[in-house]
Design a protein around this ligand. Structure first.
Ligand code: ZN
Length: 388
């Protein structure tokens, strides 16, 4: 059935509005139609890898997984303009996914081709980096003068996915918030922050649901792109990561380009998704590797086979105590991903054994080594930019 979340019950909240920009002090933002004309991509620079999306069609006859060829890059490499606002100016008709470097946590801004903005998570589990300044600067550069986000999604109640939201969203007008899980599963400070948002503009999702294959999510408007909730609030199966299994898992599609955002989805979540959708449909250009690259909870062989990503992104701290991402997970995903220009990548052989490859050439990128990563697409071509 469709993911139709139930409204959050009114909470005892202060009448004050959520953090908001002072519109009177800022020039009016340009309408989406006034954005810079569509280009083939951002300005050339040294840290850009280019790819080509493949159309997704059901195989003739039965729905069997389609074999994907290992992709390869085009010849050009271009540079990441860093966190400067120039990167943030969304060219019309481009989808951009910003994987913000928040340390050991998750935060992804979806910049839709129609100008809509959806922020999925915002948290870091490391106290010292609980205020990820670089991520906030990048976010503000993207938002520009309008300082507004249409939808904020909190994928599940783990603080490395929500504890930095009040900091990241300070001064940002938030249209609507979707929160997965019960209030009691969140920290008191976050509940207080959430309480300042009127109940009419927030939704709590506690029932398991998903969007049918042919029915994109109605509440997450992404202009000419679509968002499908593949799973949310999955429960009821024995699992050692019950909170992680709740993770709202999304597919963002723009013409031939598909990206799967997993949050901390577990084997349980993956299995449910694999049971709901045909493998050919889950075949994606981009996979955000689940649970920061954990090998004990996420990224099963069947999941890798079905999603068959051409490129992959993992969000984790450069030095983290969890051993994320684990080398075995990276190696499994690398059986599907294409090649890329040499870049630094770091994985863990064990929880305490990091290993860095200075000239890694698989199209797998980590925020720990690359900083904020931006994947853009015009629906056919797509490209990866790294902060460093
Ligand atoms: Zn997490």
């Amino acid at each position: 059935m469709a993911a139709t979340p139930e409204p959050i019950a009114p909470v005892a909240s202060s009448p004050s509005p959520p953090p908001a920009a002072s519109p009177s002090e800022e020039p009016a933002p340009p309408a989406p139609t006034e954005a810079a004309p569509a280009e083939e991509g951002p300005s050339p620079s040294d840290k850009r890898d280019n790819f080509k999306a493949a159309p997704k069609e059901p195989p003739a006859g039965e729905a069997v997984p389609k074999e994907k060829k290992k992709g390869s890059l085009g010849g050009n490499t271009f540079g990441f303009p860093g966190v400067r606002p120039v990167l943030a100016q969304p060219a019309a008709q481009q989808l951009r996914l910003h994987f913000l470097d928040v340390g050991q946590g998750d935060s992804t801004l979806i910049e839709c081709p129609g100008g809509e903005r959806i922020l999925v998570d915002g948290g870091s589990g490391i106290a010292a980096s609980a205020s990820p300044e670089g991520a906030r600067d990048h976010l503000r550069g993207v938002l520009g003068n309008s300082m507004s986000i249409d939808m904020v999604v909190v994928s599940h109640p783990d603080r490395d996915h929500y504890n930095a939201l009040p900091y990241l969203l300070e001064g940002v007008q938030v249209g609507h918030v979707q929160v997965v899980g019960a209030a009691g599963e969140y920290s008191g400070s976050f509940v207080t922050w959430l309480a300042a948002i009127p109940s009419s503009r927030k939704t709590r999702i506690t029932a398991e649901s998903h969007d049918p294959l042919d029915t994109p999510n109605a509440t997450m408007d992404c202009g000419p792109a679509t968002v499908h909730v593949l799973s949310v609030s999955a429960r009821g199966t024995p699992d050692n990561s019950p909170k992680n299994s709740l993770s709202m898992t999304l597919m963002v599609s723009y013409r031939d380009f598909d990206a799967i955002l997993t949050a901390d989805a577990t084997f349980v979540t993956e299995k449910k998704i694999l049971g709901r959708y045909p493998s050919w449909w889950l075949d994606a250009e981009l996979l955000k590797i689940g649970h920061h690259g954990s090998s004990t909870t996420s990224t099963s062989p069947d999941w890798v086979t079905a999603t068959a990503p051409d490129i992959a992104v993992v969000s984790s701290g450069f030095d983290n105590s969890h051993g994320h991402p684990r080398q075995t997970v990276v190696a499994a995903v690398a059986t599907k991903t294409g090649t890329a220009a040499a870049h630094a990548f770091r994985w863990y052989r064990s929880q305490t054994q990091p290993e860095e490859v200075a000239d890694y050439k698989e199209a797998i990128y980590g925020t720990g080594t690359s900083g904020t990563i931006v994947v853009g697409s015009n629906g056919s071509d797509y490209w990866v930019e790294q902060e460093r």
